[in-house]
Design a protein around this ligand. Structure first.
Ligand code: NIG
Ligand code: FE
Length: 413
């Protein structure tokens, strides 16, 4: 104890590391022989080991030798639909025989079939399923996850899914951001009455918000889902609650959704295969992140890539996520998405990792606390069995995770 009776903090030193801090001031934010000092859940110091202040080293209570392994920020999966019942392997077979994603949805399959399975599952079952998925992501180095609702589509069924998402954030040492995606698809009881459904969503949103269940609001703007005018009404309801918005935009066609979302200061626009020049410019002006989802592009066997070169030229930050969902991206590996972002979208390995760390943090409005390894930020980091962080994107199908530290605590595996 110090003289004023405040407890002396326990400091942990993690050293002999090759550190990709992912700060933007130099490539990879690289430190060749680096060290990190954690104090409880927070990073106290990060830098070249020979510059560690002696008075700080003297306070260290536990030392971890990382044997020259590479350390990166904990990965951030900024777009998932983690809470749902059932699976859609049969639709996968149908698509292989030539049916399209849209045709299956119009025939009552697609999102609606997952809505039926989700409504038919107990909250305990939804929790068990989603917890397993979150643990799988965590084992692959993901320490922050955005989780959307969107398979309940009623006041109570959406609330159940959001409660499950919140519960996972309490149970695992990860940061969870919840997003209401009630405007995902039209539930069958509102068939032919999309505007009435949107009215309902606008009255439900304040109720979910009052229960502390919502960090942001999303919608699916597409000819098979909701029009820009309908999305705008949802965004107005979000604005009235001071909730940030984001949008599934321009995935299958250009409906101008990205420009609309940017006009509401959207945190991110997601998918973006059909994004127009106007959409890019609106996103650049608003500081909106482009959330790229190579898993959905791959799985739906899309051929039109998001306009990567134009996004890069316009200075729009590009994030990468799994888009985990049972229909268009049943993927549970963000490291696989790093590889796909490079092979399918031609991001550089450094852009891909920045997309799963620094830019993903911005997309979740967590840039002050997450996404890079800097003093004062949360002590979320991953120790990898690689010689250089570019190898994280180079490999696929197996994960070189050695250790995951979340909030300063090593996660047991
Ligand atoms: O992000 N695009 C809309 N939503 C999901 C897919 C949902 C589903 O097919 O179940 C997506 O791809
Ligand atoms: Fe999605």
């Amino acid at each position: 104890m110090s003289t004023d009776d405040t407890p002396t903090p326990a400091l942990n030193l993690w050293h002999h590391a090759r550190v990709a801090t992912m700060t933007p001031d130099r490539p990879w934010g690289w430190i060749d022989i680096g060290a990190l000092v954690t104090e409880g859940p927070t990073l106290r110091w990060v830098g070249p080991e020979d510059q560690l202040p002696p008075e700080l080293r003297a306070q260290v209570t536990t030392t971890h030798d990382l044997s020259n392994a590479v350390v990166t920020p904990g990965l951030i999966d900024g777009h998932t639909h983690l809470v749902y019942g059932g699976q859609r392997a049969h639709e996968f077979e149908l698509r292989l025989q030539g049916a399209t994603y849209e045709e299956i949805a119009r025939a009552g399959g697609g999102i609606r079939s997952t809505v039926a399975a989700t409504r038919g599952a107990s909250e305990a079952t939804l929790h068990t399923l989603a917890l397993h998925r979150a643990r799988t992501l965590l084992a692959d180095g993901v320490t922050t996850i955005e989780i959307k609702s969107g398979y309940g589509l009623s006041l109570e069924d959406e609330a159940r899914c959001l409660r499950v998402a919140r519960q996972i954030g309490r149970e695992l040492p990860i940061t969870v951001r919840t997003t209401s995606l009630a405007a995902h698809a039209l539930p069958p009881e509102f068939e032919g009455r999309a505007d009435t459904y949107i009215d309902a969503v606008c009255t439900w949103l304040p109720q979910w918000h009052a229960q502390g269940l919502v960090d942001a609001v999303d919608a699916f703007c597409e000819r098979m889902a909701f029009t820009p005018a309908q999305v705008q009404r949802v965004f107005e309801a979000a604005r009235a609650l001071a909730l940030p918005v984001k949008l599934h935009a321009e995935q299958l066609s250009d409906s101008g959704g990205a420009a609309l979302a940017a006009s509401y200061g959207a945190l991110s626009c997601d998918h973006l295969e059909y994004l127009s020049v106007d959409g890019i410019q609106a996103m650049a002006r608003a500081g909106t992140v482009a959330m790229l989802l190579p898993g959905a592009f791959y799985y739906l066997r899309e051929t039109r890539r998001p306009p990567i070169e134009s996004l890069r030229a316009a200075g729009v930050p590009m994030a990468i996520a799994t888009d985990h969902n049972p229909g268009s991206s049943p993927a549970l590996s963000l490291t696989l998405m790093l590889n796909m972002a490079c092979t399918l979208f031609q991001l550089t390995p450094e852009e891909a990792l920045a997309g799963a760390t620094r830019h993903a943090a911005t997309a979740l409005d967590l840039q002050d606390t997450h996404g890079t390894l800097e003093p004062g930020k949360r002590a979320d980091f991953v120790v990898w069995d690689v010689g250089h962080p570019r190898e994280l994107a180079y490999r696929f199908g197996h994960s070189p995770v050695l250790r995951v530290v979340a909030g300063g605590q090593e996660v047991s595996r």
